[in-house]
Design a protein around this ligand. Structure first.
Ligand code: SAH
Ligand code: SF4
Length: 366
């Protein structure tokens, strides 16, 4: 039995019990001659009780616990640093087994608590205004490393507080790590996993067009598109990926019957940058280019950081832009910046080395 639970091949990284959806874990267990309910029991410990010490899973036979502990991992991330913003936003700095550093952000609001998760260490797409983009890509995160961001964050909540929403808007481009993102969503939405409704999950992409449909096969989750411009000339500068998938191609894909028939609005993220994409003409052009796509525009004033020359427009300009978008008939919100004083706002996530951060280490809950 234990032998078949072993990971294939010497030198391969150990498999992680959080790396598999229920169906996949049951299959792995079945191959080892174990009944499906053993996988369910393991999941109840991992997600229901938040226990990731295999030896503590007392309803598993001793022999199974031993062979699982010998060949499998179930903890993927350690919390190394926690920073709390004046507005209550908390940034978790997390470390993988191989000492890569990534960040997740917990955003409490009046009626919900949103967790922003990372999908890659760094990002290869090099958007000119994004701090993560300046790092380049270190590597993709594994399923367990995505799921453990939720678990480390949940451990920080007290009493009845719960994570109510997940946004894939941390470090990295989710659609360049699609298989892991989809498997993590299966765990997030499984009633025996983390039990989140799909409509409470949003995946944001800069527009890897061929991967959009495969992503949405997962179920009625929300799709956010990082638009940021109303012309190809400006978008080419902000989101270099636009040269491969220009506006016409991206927006054309969103107009296809299959996507429209989902009856869910597409969220268009639009980061407002002073003198770059903030004119009233841009605002008016948005309604033309988005015609025929049931959507909502989320305006976010640029979060400035030393790696990019862009600045947020004045408050008046942001308000006027929002009003113009609204006037043209689109649904629009102007978001407040959260967590800006701790570099936890959109696009400010960029892992610095842990030693640099040591001076501000706080114990969990501190
Ligand atoms: N790679 C994905 C998801 C992560 S970025 C994507 O690009 O959609 C999450 C959001 O933050 C994106 O809309 C991104 O364009 C935006 N963003 C990046 N840098 C920003 C900054 N400095 N200020 C405001 N928003 C930013
Ligand atoms: Fe990558 Fe998104 Fe940043 Fe662009 S905005 S570099 S796609 S993380």
């Amino acid at each position: 039995m234990g032998g078949i639970l072993r990971s294939e091949g010497a030198g391969k990284p150990r498999p992680n019990l959080k790396g598999y959806s229920r169906e996949a874990l049951r299959e792995r267990f079945a191959n080892a001659g174990l009944p499906p309910y053993r996988a369910d029991q393991v999941m109840a410990w991992l997600y229901g009780r938040g226990i990731d010490d295999i030896h503590a899973m007392t309803d598993l036979p001793q022999e199974l616990r031993e062979s699982l502990a010998k060949f499998w991992d179930c903890r993927a991330l350690e919390l190394r640093n926690l920073q709390t913003s004046s507005d209550g936003t908390r940034k978790l700095v997390l470390e993988t087994h191989d000492h890569e550093v990534l960040e997740a952000v917990l955003i409490p609001e009046e009626r919900r608590t949103t967790l922003c998760v990372s999908t890659q260490v760094g990002c290869p797409l090099a958007c000119s205004f994004c701090a993560t983009g300046k790092m380049g890509l270190k590597r993709n995160l594994g399923v367990a490393e995505i799921v453990d961001q939720f678990l480390r964050a949940r451990e920080l909540l007290s009493g009845d507080d719960a994570i109510t929403n997940i946004v894939f808007m941390g470090m990295g481009e989710p659609l360049l790590n699609l298989a892991a993102v989809k498997e993590s969503i299966r765990i997030f939405t499984d009633p025996r996993g983390l039990g989140m409704a799909p409509r409470r999950i949003t995946v944001s992409t800069s527009g890897i067009v061929p991967q959009i449909r495969p992503l949405l096969e997962i179920g009625p989750i929300n799709l956010a598109i990082s638009l940021h411009a109303s012309t190809d000339a400006v978008r080419d500068e902000l989101v270099p990926l636009n040269k491969r998938f220009p506006l016409k191609v991206l927006l054309g894909a969103l107009r296809e019957e299959e996507l429209i028939s989902r009856k869910r609005p597409v969220f268009f993220e639009y980061t407002l940058m002073k003198d770059t994409n903030d004119s009233l003409e841009d605002a008016r052009r948005l309604s033309h280019i988005l015609e025929g796509i049931p959507g909502k525009v989320n305006l976010i004033p640029m979060n400035p950081h030393p790696d990019a020359r862009y600045q947020p427009p004045s408050r008046e300009t942001c308000d006027a832009f929002a009003a113009e978008v609204h006037r043209s008939g689109l649904r629009v919100t102007l978001r407040r910046n959260r967590g800006r004083d701790i570099d936890a706002a959109c696009g400010q996530l960029a892992a610095r080395s842990l030693s640099e951060e040591n001076s501000i280490v706080q114990p969990p809950g501190g």
